[in-house]
Design a protein around this ligand. Structure first.
Ligand SMILES: [Zn+2]
Ligand SMILES: [Zn+2]
Length: 133
């Protein structure tokens, strides 16, 4: 399949539209549930494929987190994420700039790093509130 093909299929357009409506960073399974009303014949595999294509075209972000479920984000402005260890939801926070970190000290002198990822895990306000009761 050609990557230069810019005409979006209806399926891909619907997936992008639905993803733009939420800021919950859904998994592919959740996106599948979200689009099924409009695309009753779509398969989970097609949802995966379209999400990956949208991410390749920089129309959405694919979130890389330590957990092995991939999540998708229609907000492509630079921003960072926090993940709730209790309910698993991923929230936006202002961008954390790692480009100024100097890791070339003792720990990384023999390793050419290319990419630094900040992961912030914790407990969200909703879950913290629930624990109080
Ligand atoms: Zn939570
Ligand atoms: Zn986000």
């Amino acid at each position: 399949m050609s990557k230069t093909q810019s005409r979006m299929t209806r399926q891909r357009r619907v997936i992008l539209e639905e993803l733009c409506k939420v800021n919950t960073h859904p998994t592919a399974d959740e996106v599948y549930t979200m689009v099924k009303g409009k695309l009753p014949n779509i398969s989970l595999g097609t949802v995966y494929r379209n999400l990956d294509l949208l991410a390749e075209n920089n129309q959405i972000l694919k979130l890389e987190t330590a957990g092995n479920t991939r999540r998708y984000d229609a907000n492509i402005e630079p921003h960072s994420h926090v993940r709730c260890l209790s309910c698993g939801k991923v929230l936006d926070i202002p961008y954390i700039d790692t480009s100024k970190l100097d890791l070339k000290g003792d720990c990384l002198k023999d390793f050419n790093y290319m990419n630094v990822r900040v992961e912030i895990d914790g407990i969200c306000a909703d879950c913290a509130e629930k624990e109080k009761h």
